[in-house]
Design a protein around this ligand. Structure first.
Ligand SMILES: *Cc1c(COP(=O)(O)O)cnc(C)c1O
Length: 375
């Protein structure tokens, strides 16, 4: 390939410089930044594509299917998927995984109603629309967790329809977790026979499972499918995720396509072949123990940050075992610089791996300075 024209080369250098600088002040989104995948650089020269089903070989052989399968096995183990009865694939992110879970639920229960809390991620409502499913929004408790009394009332009003629950394992704003036990208790109470639970574990699923945090949400606790994001806790330069479903449910989906020599069982056709390699590399390099250690360290930083904020007189709080700290919106210049998302007068900082104590101190120092000016 020819070289870039000088002006464009400068433009690119400038962009790289700015993006690198912005990554220094990035504590408002649940994105790990402590990764180094430079050993994988040679793969940027390959058009890796895992088109179609990850478990069925394709005639498109420049792929990372074999590594993708190892990644799937790791997470199937972590989330206690039923032995020999699970299926999944590496997605483009949590949203696609949620779409897939709800798609499977709809194929099982075309007349089902989806119940999800008002704290649910915006992707879910869009997915429900795409799938043309009926849905009911459930109120939340002040911490962002589903209000089970409201859920019971809503389900009891529609007892003749199958129940599809979209449970949050870490809501976007407050990292609240819905309790599968309470939800299943309602199924029993109301004698609901046809039910399906999809866990949106995009945010907190991986470290919650690694540390066996309560409440449990994996297949052994009664979920039927779950989705995680790969670029959040694990960390990846390219957004990615993973969905797992019970295989006997999913067998209703997907046709064999002669052109690609595999089955069309995934949402998108061509699939990113690089992201499974990033996930594989992280899992192999850190191992379960290393990943657990990272989670423990991140939780300690979150505890430190909430503590320091409270000592500044700021009404900051977090849910039990959460990396997300909720606080009243700080001054705009702070929110812009540190890339803090805001909703309803509250912002959050998320202590994902890569957010160091020093970074928190720097943020607090700047926040405190604006408070002094305000006084
Ligand atoms: C991030 C997130 C999603 C969406 O995941 P993407 O990987 O961004 O598609 C869905 N639900 C929750 C709770 C999330 O935090």
């Amino acid at each position: 390939m020819a070289q870039l024209p000088l002006r464009d080369a400068e433009r690119l250098q400038d962009y790289i410089y700015k993006a690198t600088a912005r990554a220094q002040h990035f504590i408002g989104y649940p994105i790990a930044q402590d990764f180094d995948y430079s050993e994988l650089f040679p793969l940027l020269k390959l058009p890796l594509n895992n088109v179609g089903d990850p478990l069925i070989e394709s005639t498109y052989d420049v792929n990372s299917r074999s590594l993708e399968c190892e990644v799937l096995e790791f997470f199937a183990g972590l989330f206690k998927a039923p032995v020999n009865n699970w299926w999944g694939y590496v997605t483009n992110g949590g949203s696609e995984g949620n779409l897939y879970g709800l798609y499977v639920a709809r194929e099982l229960y075309s007349n089902g109603i989806v119940y999800y809390s008002e704290s649910t991620h915006y992707s879910v409502q869009k997915n429900i629309q795409l799938l043309n499913l009926r849905s009911i929004v459930i109120r939340t408790q002040p911490n962002g967790e589903m209000d089970y009394d409201d859920l019971r009332e809503m389900i009891s009003m529609h007892r003749d329809q199958p129940v599809i629950i979209l449970a949050n394992i870490g809501t976007t704003m407050t990292e609240a977790k819905d309790d599968l036990k309470s939800i299943q208790g309602i199924f029993r109470e109301l004698a609901i026979k046809n039910h399906y639970i999809h866990c949106d574990a995009a945010l907190a699923g991986v470290y919650s499972a690694l540390l066996d945090l309560q409440p449990g949400f994996d297949f052994s606790h009664g979920c039927d499918s779950l989705a995680i994001s790969g670029h959040k806790f694990i960390g990846s330069p390219i957004p990615c995720g993973l969905v797992l479903v019970k295989k006997n449910y999913k067998e209703r989906i997907g046709k064999v396509i002669p052109y690609i020599g595999t089955a069309d069982t995934t949402i998108s056709g061509s699939r990113n072949g690089h992201s499974p390699v990033f996930l594989w590399y992280a899992i192999k390099k850190l191992g379960s123990e290393g990943l657990k250690q990272r989670a423990i360290e991140a939780l300690a930083i979150a505890e430190y940050a909430v503590d320091r904020l409270c000592r500044l007189g700021i009404k900051a709080w977090r849910n039990p075992d959460a990396l997300t700290i909720v606080l009243p919106d700080p001054p705009r210049e702070i929110s812009v610089k540190w890339q803090l998302a805001s909703e309803g007068g509250f912002s959050h900082i998320i202590c994902m791996p890569g957010v160091s104590k020093e970074k928190i101190d720097q943020f607090l120092y700047e926040l405190e300075a604006t408070m002094e000016v305000a006084v």
